[in-house]
Design a protein around this ligand. Structure first.
Ligand SMILES: NC(=O)c1ccc[n+]([C@@H]2O[C@H](COP(=O)([O-])OP(=O)(O)OC[C@H]3O[C@@H](n4cnc5c(N)ncnc54)[C@H](OP(=O)(O)O)[C@@H]3O)[C@@H](O)[C@H]2O)c1
Length: 212
């Protein structure tokens, strides 16, 4: 598949390399292509472009930018370029204020997640929350002593979630579908929990698993 990845940071690059490793064609989107020149040199099968070029290129699009600018980036990408496409939303609504005792602050509330805001404003895109509850280093082919970790996903469109579940299968995850977009109210804060051992003890290597 052609994958448009909106972003140039750790998450965008980790996922783009994962897509390359699994035989897909990624294009990273950024405001500043110069910063991706070294990445494209190291990954000659990958490409870079503007946010709009990456969104247009992708059959599937990944949103991997700072949470507070996610809506601006989708606007810059052009909603017409996202219409009908699965958009994997890896963002977290992290506020600029520093964490308190290792606990991040969000600019959203427990009654309204970032993905709900995006899905409401950009109704033509099929957002699926995924990859937000683990560090970028473990997003692709995660290896944990406790076995295969669980990726919690949600979104309103069943066919988009099917596409994302296929990607997660290939990347080595089991998927727990938590339902419609409102479930992002619970999935986005998993990022807060995931980060606490990191801020308190420099332990950034772990993932969640749902037991039954
Ligand atoms: N880091 C992780 O391990 C991790 C794990 C799970 C989820 N997440 C979430 O994934 C997202 C990406 O995280 P990240 O650590 O890779 O990078 P990040 O530093 O949170 O975001 C970098 C991206 O945001 C864009 N950006 C920043 N300010 C902007 C502005 N004013 N206008 C337009 N674009 C702007 C940058 O665009 P340019 O390319 O133009 O500079 C860049 O592509 C975040 O929402 C984060 O919370 C991160």
């Amino acid at each position: 598949m052609k994958i448009g990845v909106l972003g140039s940071g750790d998450v965008a690059r980790a996922l783009a390399e994962g897509f390359l490793g699994h035989g897909h064609e990624p294009m990273l989107g950024t405001r500043d292509r110069a910063k991706l020149e070294p990445w494209v040199k190291e990954n000659p099968k990958g490409a870079s472009g503007s946010f709009a070029e990456a969104a247009k290129f992708g059959e599937v699009v990944v949103l991997a930018v700072k949470g507070s600018v996610a809506a601006d980036v989708v606007r810059a990408a052009g909603i017409a370029h996202l219409a009908g496409k699965p958009v994997i939303d890896a963002t977290n609504p992290i506020a600029d204020a520093p964490p308190e005792n290792g606990v991040l602050k969000f600019f959203t509330s427990l009654d309204e997640s970032l993905m709900e805001r995006l899905q409401r404003e950009f109704a033509g895109a099929r957002f699926v929350k995924a990859f937000n509850s683990v560090g970028s280093a473990s997003m692709v082919n995660p290896k944990f002593k406790g076995g295969k970790p669980t990726m919690f996903i949600c979104g309103n469109d069943e066919s988009a979630k099917k596409v994302v579940t296929g990607i997660l299968d290939a990347f080595g995850w089991e998927t727990a579908d938590m339902g419609a977009v409102e479930a992002a109210r619970a999935i986005e804060p998993l990022c807060i929990l995931w980060c606490i051992p990191g801020f308190l003890r420099q332990d950034w290597v772990h993932a969640f698993k749902l037991l039954s």
